[in-house]
Each structure stands twice: as C-alpha cells, then as structure tokens.
Design a protein around this ligand. Structure first.
Ligand code: ATR
Length: 274
C-alpha cells in the first residue's frame, strides 16, 4: 500500500511541500503520497488524530502549529527539544515522534548549496522568536567561531542565549549595539519583512560581508537582501534552499533515503521567477 504523508498548516493552499516531496519520491523511487491538509486553528490535534487513523506515516507541520506539535508529540528528538518546536512528525505505532529539521535544512543550504563553510566564522543571527530558536543548535554544531543574537527586544535575545549557554557562549545584543561590529555571515530570522518593515541596522553592518541570508523567500530579492546588497554584502541568499533542505531532511527521517536537493531547488526557483 502507498504510504501516506501530509503537511498541516493554516493557511496551507500555497504550500510547496507536496510538490517538493512528490519530486523527492519520484527521484528516489519511493512509493508515497503527500498531501496538504488545512487544520482549523483550534483543530490541529484532531486533524493529526484523523490522519493517524487513516494510516498516515508522517507529517510536516508549519505555521501556526509548530509549538502545538511540540506539545502533542509523545517523544522528541534532541534537536526538536532544543528548538522548542516540531516541524516533522513520525507515526511509530502508538507513539508520535516529534523532530525538527529546520536548522539542518538551513545549515545544509548554507554549507552545501552555497558552499559557505561555517567553521571559524562569526555569525550574527537577527531575531529571537521561534524561527531563530530552531536554528541555533545546528548552527553551533557547524563549528562557527562565535554566534551573536541581536533582537529588537533585548530581553528575548538574552533568554535565548541563556537557553543555549551549555552549548556555547552566545552574545545577545540589541540592534543599536551592532554599530562597528564585524561579522562574516548575517542571518535574518525576524518576521519583519512579512510586515514589509526594514530592520534598523547600522549601515556598515553588511559592508564586504561574505553572506547575508534571509530565512524568508519570495520572487526576487527580499527586503532584507535588498538592504544587504545596497549596503555592500558580497553575496545574498533567500530561504528557498532552506525550505527544500528541511524537506529533504524530513524525507530522510521518514524513508532512510537522502534525496538530492539541487534539481528540486532549481525547479522551484524557476517557477518562482515566472
Ligand atoms: P517566528 O516564529 O517567525 O520567529 P516570532 O516568534 O513572532 O515569529 O518572532 C518574530 C521575530 O521577529 C522576533 O524576534 C521579533 O522581534 P521582537 O522579539 O522584538 O518582537 C522580530 N521582528 C518582527 N518584526 C520586526 C521588526 N519590524 N523589526 C525588528 N524585528 C522584528
């Protein structure tokens, strides 16, 4: 019987995950079906229960259910426990395992697709919400020289740094304290561009920087990428490769097969441009 997978979110109609996983399945010869499922804002647990009742084997979870999935899981991977959020569920008998592949997807995109070695680099992570929290442990595992978190509200950056203090000494700053500081990589994990707002960053922050990476993506440059490019970043990237990377990691968790991401990313990029 064909194995059933799904992505749960609200909204979900424009999710690219079904197309990504269909492409992975075709490329690796895996017999599976992957659907987009809309869950009511207060109906996530029911939707998952229905899915498991239908024989569903695993699921991805997106906005706004990642924290609820974290609470719903009966067991958590270390990286999901660290992230405080679950984007991948695995149905294992009566257990519902919660995992988080977002950080692995980001690191794979930066290191493999963009060939940017993270070892010994000074990383600045902008934002201290769920998106930032999910990528900290995988970024630290890639061996940077230092990780700094800057956030509009300093208290949230401080809390996050304290949360990961057993892994590394993370510096927490407010945006105004970034003036005069030098980094090799700046990652935008804020949701500012969703609201069309520019980040109040010092003008020299991006000057000559190796990579400015936005976890958001869109047609053409995101507002963050445009800001970084204008201010002298040598290279900019959006989060489309992270999206494909987290999907590939979830596919690997479910199927034990690691799909190639480059062809799927190229296809999505071409579609986005039209
Ligand atoms: P997500 O799950 O996408 O991380 P979140 O948990 O609501 O969403 O976090 C949003 C992040 O974007 C926060 O770091 C937020 O900063 P505050 O903690 O100060 O609220 C940041 N953010 C959102 N809009 C912003 C803006 N216009 N300028 C700067 N930071 C912004």
């Amino acid at each position: 019987m064909t194995d059933l997978y799904a992505v749960f979110g609200n909204p979900i109609a424009h999710s690219k995950s079904p197309a990504i996983h269909a492409a992975f399945a075709a490329a690796t010869g895996q017999d599976l079906r992957y659907e987009a499922r809309l869950a009511a804002v207060d109906g996530f647990a029911w939707a998952v229960a229905d899915f498991v009742g239908e024989g569903g084997r695993g699921a991805n979870v997106t906005v706004p259910f990642k924290e609820e999935a974290f609470r719903l899981a009966t067991r958590l991977s270390d990286r999901a426990a660290r992230a405080g959020a679950v984007n991948t569920l695995i149905v294992d008998g009566t257990e519902l395992l919660g995992d988080n592949t977002d950080g692995a997807g980001l690191v794979a995109d930066i290191v493999d697709n963009l060939s940017f070695d993270l070892r010994g680099r000074r990383i600045l992570l902008l934002g201290a919400g769920g998106a930032a929290r999910g990528v900290i442990a995988p970024l630290l595992a890639a061996g940077p020289a230092a990780l700094t978190i800057a956030n509009r509200s300093l208290g949230k950056a401080d809390d996050l740094a304290r949360n990961f203090a057993d892994l590394a000494a993370i510096e927490a700053l407010s945006f105004d304290c970034l003036a005069g500081r030098r980094f090799d990589l700046v990652i935008n994990a804020t949701s500012a561009s969703l609201a069309g707002e520019a980040l109040p960053l010092p003008p020299d922050l991006f000057s000559g920087i190796g990579l400015a990476y936005d976890m958001m993506y869109g047609k053409g440059d995101t507002p963050f990428m445009a800001q970084a490019r204008r201010q002298g970043a040598l290279r900019c990237a959006d989060g489309l490769g992270m999206l494909v990377g987290q999907a590939a990691e979830a596919f690997f968790v479910w199927r034990g097969v690691r799909p190639a991401t480059a062809p799927v990313l190229a296809e999505l990029r071409a579609k986005l441009a039209t």
